[in-house]
Design a protein around this ligand. Sequence first.
Ligand code: GLU
Length: 303
Amino acid sequence: MHLQSLLDDIASKSSALAAKGKVADYIPGLAQVDPNRFGMAVATVEGELLGTGDWLVPFSIQSISKVFTLVLALALDGDKLWSRVGREPSGDPFNSLVQLEHERGIPRNPFINAGALVVTDRLLSLEEDAFGTLLSFLRHESGQPDLDTDQEVARSEAEHGHRNAALAHFMASFGNLENSVDRVLDHYFRQCAIAMSCADLAEAGLFLARHGLRRDGSRLLSPSQAKRVNAVMLTCGTYDTAGDFAFRVGLPGKSGVGGGILAIIPGRCSLCVWGPALDPSGTSLAGVDALDRFTTLTGWSVF
Ligand code: GLU
């Protein structure tokens, strides 16, 4: 199978899905993105990197950042984190408040906004320069020393971040935040607003395909931790459509409202797709379609 022509073929078909979706506009800084952009990249454990379309164009990684803060917190703190955040699918939208009240401030999983806020809070307690740690990790793994936060997107999200502020305050009221709400939100908005391309994200996620080994061969996660992060991505990485994503794509994946999806084929490769037009749950329509085609045509999956 010729991977490059497969990717080009997928791009020509999946990019048409943009017409059926809608760019995220609840963060005004994201609303100006052209919905017809489409890119896809594959990074293999053998060191090959290839892509198609807009695969080198940076976009807002949004919730894909939640994977990276989670792995950094787990690497530093081990399993203790799981007493403050669960690992069950929520079946609710990413920014929902309802479960938190019933479950006394313990978010269902680290990939809904409430869970990601708890993870960010833990990282802030563990690392003096938590944001610097995240950025240098991403720069190192992607091989892009200049990647950074898009300050305008971060500012725009902070100005319209009432729901995230509500989630953070609510958890603080249950004693599930160690740092001030303002500090946690500031970090969270900056991490979501990091701009990376499909190529950068595929490279940065490759340690999950390498069972926890970083680009330089050092170990970030144990094989068991890497397996668990992949499992939580499969069950919770695309919010209330995680079941449909698993059904169609059959891979651990994490979406973001910037239109990106990072997906992992353990032992083989890491994939990133970008198509900014979203389905109502906040997941890229063209992105899911492209990953569905990729796993169907290659037969590469965890199943
Ligand atoms: N920054 C976004 C928010 O907090 C992330 C949501 C997403 O990408 O799913 O609403």
